[in-house]
Design a protein around this ligand. Structure first.
Ligand code: ZN
Length: 243
């Protein structure tokens, strides 16, 4: 039993290393994903602003055309004013000229407003583009770090898996099944007994179990957490004697 338990413990060390390699990227994949989404959102926001800018410029062109038409109309009205034949015509033309003036002023105010809006939109597009460039750059950097980690890991993982496959041949299928079952609950399915206690849950093992364990004939599990327990001296090199 002891030899098998030793092998199982070694197998577990490989599994723990594999677990760690899996986790090595840490938060990186989540960050890379978030940066990608951020870049896309900023791009969409900039596109929306650019559409607004195009519409605004079209509106300005239209307004300029309206202004020009209005200037033409005022010239005609002023010409007419010089050739009116009576007061009624004079009043009517004057009213029209006043209306044209008011319209001209309204359009002028509208153009000023468009200029202000345009400046704001251009500034927003600039900010959004810079933020997007930053997100793209950060995404590229972190993606490349992630790729490097994955590449490095893949070699280590392959080596560990090879060792593990070899180790599997030395452990009885029953024991392996039990180990894998416990591993669903705890990464460390096999734990050392330290000072008479399970080092997984730190609860004491009954003294008679400790006695029986030393005979090395049976498999024991912790009655509290159900991890497989092994004697420390079995899996660790004997401690250096100290005075
Ligand atoms: Zn325990």
């Amino acid at each position: 039993m002891d030899e098998e338990l030793k092998k199982l413990y070694q197998l577990q060390q490989l599994d723990l290393e594999l677990d760690e390699l899996d986790d090595r990227g840490g938060e990186l994949p989540t960050e890379v994903d978030a940066l990608k989404k951020r870049g896309e959102a900023l791009k969409n926001a900039a596109a929306t602003e650019e559409k607004k800018l195009r519409e605004l410029r079209k509106s300005r062109t239209d307004t300029h055309a309206e202004m020009q038409a209005l200037t033409e109309r005022k010239r005609t009205l002023n010409d007419r004013l010089r050739t009116v034949r009576n007061n009624r015509e004079y009043d009517a033309t004057t009213t029209e000229i006043e209306a044209a003036d008011a319209e001209e002023q309204r359009l002028a105010r509208f153009l000023v407003m468009l200029d202000t809006q345009e400046a704001t939109i251009i500034k927003d597009i600039d900010t959004l583009s810079r933020q997007r460039d930053e997100a793209v750059r950060e995404h590229e950097e972190k993606s490349s770090v992630m790729a490097t980690i994955r590449e490095t890991n893949s070699d280590e993982i392959a080596a560990l898996k090879e060792k593990k496959a070899e180790m599997l041949g030395h452990v009885a299928p029953d024991l392996l099944r039990k180990y894998n079952h416990i591993r669903n609950a705890y990464a460390d399915a096999v734990v050392k007994v330290r000072k008479g206690a399970c080092s997984g849950c730190f609860r004491a093992l009954p003294p008679q179990v400790l006695v029986q364990m030393r005979r090395g004939e049976q498999l024991f599990t912790c009655q509290h957490c159900h991890r497989i327990v092994v004697l420390e001296e079995l899996v660790a090199p004997p401690p250096v004697a100290t005075e």
